[in-house]
Write a protein of this length. Sequence first.
Length: 135
Amino acid sequence: CGYGLNAKYKQEGVAEMCFYIGIEDLAANAMIEMLKKGGRRFLTYNEIEMYGAEVVQILRENGEKAVLILSRENTDALFRNYSEFFEESEQNGKRGIKLKENKEIEDLIQQFRGYLALDVLLAFMNQRSVQVLGA
């Protein structure tokens, strides 16, 4: 992806369009899908990465380009910028992201879904990507 913005927007009018999907959108949307199924409030980094890879694949199949932004620096920024939502945690020897007890699915939807491009939102909700989470 040479051109693009984050998952909130898509660069148009250029030869190449691209979505940049950050860890915050990926983690929040994975958590929303898990909570919809009555699932866990914790996801390992590996689960989030696999979910992201499936989201990118779905977008690619629909003719869209996307890149995941999953660096340690971006993950640290997630915990700083959204500390009211998420904390780093470890369960069964695996590190990951935990949704704080005082936050519910409605809070996540309001904060992280209202601005998403429709193509990205649909990929986040696609049954294939959700299945990767074990939901």
